[in-house]
Design a protein around this ligand. Structure first.
Ligand code: NAP
Length: 505
């Protein structure tokens, strides 16, 4: 009798990975403490970390903003924010531990001496809470406010302890402004102290692209132009611009999503295996991908803007009717592109990228379409059911991975039908996925920059975006060209039809 091979795998149920490291004692200073990001993401992320015992025992948070507020009322507001936006239940013991180290300072760093109170409080917290002179500065402020804050922080640098700076996206508006912003920052901070955030990289499913590709030997031989027909990366949003007209009018879909999230997904999908999982090894490989993107053919760039329509049965206005948007705005709320990578692995394989606001559904996916089987012996009889294999990485929602294969329909004859092999995070691991900001804040405290964007990558991203945007100069787009709640402009479908392809839903 042959030995039985165990093919079922016991899945770990522990919510935390083994070997977790705790950061050094430190103080986290959040600039922009009265803003949306602090309420919805940062403080709930800190609570989730405290809940799991991942914050250092000697820890403090200082919220800084110009708005008048007191520590007491800021703590109350942040508690309400955790209750509303956090992923865990409110536990008094956890909240008390976190809140005891939370302070609010109302000040304007652009005024003379505006930083004094924050610096004094930091020194006091070093003594009272043992934060040891270590600082994480989180810039959750508009880009225009960054320079002043960074200059003051740099001038007040002390020899003891370490200093790290987390800078929110967008990092610049184009290549020139990104370089200028970086020049300001590197006057005071070394590259290994700068943590440029693209929160997509903190998502479990995005990191799983690396695990999927490099922890599973079976995919490597087919992960190239010989076996892959094409790749589609979609970041579809059903929400509109949500009162962010001031920002969005200047950015549009290409700067808001393509420059950062989409190019990150493209890089992780197409990169070569890094020699190790250290920050620089991973980032070196990602940068090579972004640098290898050929300037896209203008015939394969589609831009769109939503007009009035319906989302979830509710009427919504067109982009040009949104508060704060110019009635003749030419800002794009949708982009679709075909790009090629000028490298050995992917030469000639099209990568289709698309993103848009107020689309029919919210979904971020990476779809790998494989070439058809070279000679299926039952092609004639199997007919329509014989479709190429498709691998879909569902980044959000319904996080997981599915593979479409052809299977024989039970019964007489050789009828083939596509069926799906599914891996779903929640079913496999029985845990709630952590929020991206939890991972990223913790990594910055630990000094691990793997999931942050290095300046050369930012520059490569902007070079690509600039090469697209420069093609739009002077052109008058026919906006609006898709209805809110639809799947986007018809011209994006026509672009695929020209290549004899369809968007995968
Ligand atoms: N919200 C998100 O989900 C999200 C996601 C990704 C990236 N981001 C980025 O994160 C940053 C903050 O976003 P947000 O949504 O929180 O914006 P927000 O709600 O408008 O808040 C901005 C914060 O910055 C402060 N601020 C504004 N102008 C300032 C100035 N000149 N000097 C100093 N402080 C100033 C504001 O406080 P005072 O007016 O009281 O000083 C407020 O606390 C932005 O760069 C944004 O692009 C946000």
């Amino acid at each position: 009798m042959s030995a039985k091979i165990e093919t079922r795998v016991e899945l770990p149920l522990s919510p935390e990975p083994s070997g977790k490291r705790k950061p050094d004692p430190c103080a986290l200073v959040i600039f922009g403490a009265s803003g949306d990001l602090t309420h919805r993401k940062l403080i709930p992320a800190l609570y989730a970390l405290e809940y799991r015992g991942l914050l250092p025992e000697n820890f403090a948070v200082i919220g800084v903003a110009r708005s008048e507020n007191s520590t007491e009322s800021w703590r109350k507001q942040m508690r309400a924010a955790v209750t509303e936006f956090g992923r865990d239940e409110m536990r008094e013991d956890v909240w008390k531990r976190l809140a005891a180290g939370m302070h609010y300072v109302s000040t304007d760093f652009s005024s003379a001496g505006g930083e004094t109170e924050v610096m004094k409080l930091l020194e006091q917290l070093d003594k009272e809470r043992g934060t040891a002179g270590n600082r994480v500065y989180y810039l959750a402020v508009p880009p225009s406010a960054i320079r002043t804050v960074v200059d003051k922080l740099g001038e007040r640098r002390r020899p003891e302890g370490w200093m790290r700076l987390i800078v929110e996206k967008p990092f610049g508006h184009d290549l020139a402004s990104a370089k200028a912003l970086n020049d300001d920052i590197v006057t005071h901070f070394a590259e290994n102290e700068i943590f440029r955030i693209d929160h997509y990289l903190g998502k479990e499913t995005v990191q799983n692209v690396l695990a999927f590709r490099f922890a599973n030997g079976i995919f490597e031989p087919i992960w190239n132009r010989r076996y892959v027909d094409s790749v589609q990366i979609t970041v579809a949003e059903s929400i509109g611009i949500e009162n962010r007209a001031g920002f969005y009018e200047q950015a549009g879909a290409i700067r808001d999503v393509v420059q950062n999230h989409m190019l990150q997904l493209l890089a992780l999908t197409a990169m070569e295996p890094p020699a190790d999982f250290e920050a620089d090894a991973v980032r070196n490989e990602k940068i090579k991908v972004v640098r290898s993107i050929a300037p896209p053919d203008p015939a394969y760039i589609v831009r769109g803007q939503y007009g009035p329509g319906k989302i979830g049965g509710e009427k919504v206005p067109g982009y040009r009717e949104e508060p704060g948007v110019a009635p003749d705005s030419n800002t794009e709320t949708y982009v679709a592109l075909k790009v090629f990578l000028d490298n050995w692995r992917w030469a000639g394989t099209p990568f289709y990228l698309r993103t848009g606001k107020h689309l029919s559904s919210r979904a971020t996916t990476i779809v790998i379409l494989f070439r058809p089987a070279p000679h299926p012996p039952f092609l004639e009889i199997a007919g329509e059911g014989l479709r190429p294999n498709v691998l879909v990485i569902h980044v959000q929602p319904d996080e997981g991975i599915s593979i479409r294969i052809g299977a024989k329909v039970p019964g007489q004859g050789m009828t083939i039908q596509p069926v799906q092999l599914d891996f779903q995070y929640d079913r496999a691991f029985h845990v709630q996925l952590p929020e991206a900001y939890e991972k990223l804040i913790l990594d910055a405290m630990l000094g691990d920059a793997t999931l942050f964007t290095r300046i050369d990558e930012v520059e490569a991203q902007w070079s690509f975006v600039d090469s697209v945007v420069s093609q739009w100069e002077g052109a008058k787009p026919d906006f609006p060209n898709y209805a809110a709640g639809s799947s986007g402009p018809k011209s994006a479908d026509a672009m695929m039809a020209r290549d004899d392809r369809l968007w995968c839903q």
